[in-house]
Write a protein that binds this ligand. Structure first.
Ligand SMILES: NC(=O)c1ccc[n+]([C@@H]2O[C@H](COP(=O)([O-])OP(=O)(O)OC[C@H]3O[C@@H](n4cnc5c(N)ncnc54)[C@H](O)[C@@H]3O)[C@@H](O)[C@H]2O)c1
Length: 400
């Protein structure tokens, strides 16, 4: 059984003249989000011809059902055999972090373009091996990209444009807070996300990674120094065999120093009761400021400090005009878009880079840079180097 190429697609695979064959590994949360993107991207954007060939999972029946529902021609349970198929040109990795390195390196060595979910890997060592494999593959025309999909929120892409055009002057500091609450309940069960060996870290790698990537993406600066602290509030959770130890953080705090003499603070929590999926970013420059919240992702707050102060104030830009990034392809102005569109934009940009033979962004190098920041925060947290004791001192006794 095979999926016909989308009718709007005319550009064949650079290598073979055939449509690019795509396989996705994982069919749960990200597998579903990516499948939705593969399914609709050619309806909105001009992209090279491709076929949704194979969806890979562990449970044969469940993955077959998901494949049929999400538009994949076939399903499979062994990712190794899939990456060696001649009719597969792209591997989209939507599996947990502990599998990223093994699958990505094998796929790149087999000559397949790779899109991998964030964070790049669970450890710095794995991320370095992946980046080396990506560099080697690139020399052979094989591309790779990491799925920091929030780069493709039109409002954040516009924020980057405004900053790079100098509308904020020199950016002095950024505040980023990525807050969720799905672990607020102490009885929320164990998952792979709560074990260090499968997830690498907790809120830090899962969601602070997005915030750190955004800080670097928006400002064009690189983090050079980091300090941080991590906290696990609920240390045991119910698992299949009774209570299990949680071995990752529930929340993370970091202070960053970047090139360009720029500072940033990052907060990430999965126990921020009442916050569902709020990534708030504030950017303060010498000539203006920007504010954003993922829960209102079509909006960007902009204060232009070059205006007379009697006219200043944050204005709300509804980022939904054809002039805004990605939006000419969607609906008439004001007909807002959502979270899932970021994955469609991601697939579009990945396919166009493959067609053009250029490196898609964010590259594995950019993913590695984020991984280095995560590792520095962890190191700082384990040394508790950021925590200077606050000495008890009685001001009353000193007669102050
Ligand atoms: N970009 C984002 O906004 C975002 C959001 C959530 C998760 N993620 C990332 O996506 C990745 C996956 O997370 P998720 O939330 O989809 O996890 P999930 O638990 O919902 O799904 C994991 C999938 O991997 C599959 N899998 C596990 N072992 C496998 C194997 N040996 N062979 C084939 N398939 C296997 C599972 O069957 C499942 O379908 C992680 O790296 C995570 O950090 C990114």
């Amino acid at each position: 059984m095979s999926t016909p190429a989308h009718p709007s697609e005319s550009t064949p695979s650079r290598r073979s003249g055939r449509p690019l064959g795509v396989a996705a590994i994982g069919y749960a949360f990200m597998g579903k989000a990516h499948s939705n993107a593969w399914r609709n991207v050619a309806s909105f954007f001009d992209v090279p011809a491709f076929e949704q060939k194979v969806l890979v999972g562990r449970d044969a029946t469940a993955v077959a059902e998901a494949a049929a529902r999400y538009g994949w021609a076939e399903s499979a349970t062994d990712w190794r055999s899939v990456i060696n198929r001649d009719d597969i040109h792209i591997i989209d990795i939507c599996a947990p972090g502990w599998m990223h390195a093994e699958i990505a390196i094998a796929a790149l060595e087999a000559g397949k373009h790779v899109l991998v979910e964030k964070p790049l890997a669970n450890t710095l060592a794995e991320a370095e091996l992946m980046t080396a494999a990506a560099a080697k593959a690139r020399a052979r025309g094989v591309q790779s990209m990491i799925g920091f999909n929030y780069r493709r929120v039109p409002a954040l892409a516009l924020a980057r444009e405004l900053i790079s055009e100098g509308r904020l002057g020199t950016v002095r500091h950024v505040r980023a807070a990525y807050l969720q609450d799905w672990l607020s309940d102490a009885q929320a069960p164990m998952t792979w996300r709560l074990r260090k060996e499968t997830a690498g870290s907790g809120a830090l790698g899962d969601i602070a990674s997005h915030a750190i990537d955004q800080i670097q993406f928006l400002t064009g600066q690189a983090v050079m120094e980091a300090s941080g602290t991590l906290k696990t509030f609920v240390t045991q959770r119910p698992g299949d065999q009774g209570m299990e130890n949680v071995t990752v953080d529930d929340a993370a705090w970091a202070t960053l120093w970047l090139t360009g003499d720029m500072g940033a603070s990052v907060e990430a929590s999965r126990v921020a009761t009442g916050q569902k999926n709020s990534m708030q970013i504030e950017i303060y420059g010498t000539k203006g400021s920007l504010t954003f919240d993922l829960e209102n992702l079509n909006e960007l707050g902009f204060l232009d400090a070059t205006l007379p102060s009697r006219e200043q104030g944050f204005r709300r830009i509804l980022v939904n005009e054809p002039e805004h990034p990605y939006l000419a392809a969607w609906w008439p102005q004001g007909h807002i878009i959502g979270w899932e569109h970021t994955f469609t934009h991601q697939v579009r940009d990945f396919l166009l880079a493959i067609k053009d033979g250029t490196q898609p962004s964010p590259s594995f190098e950019e993913g590695l840079q984020v991984q280095r920041v995560l590792a520095s925060v962890e190191e700082s947290a384990s040394n508790r180097s950021v925590l200077t004791p606050v000495h008890a001192k009685s001001l009353v006794a000193e007669g102050a």
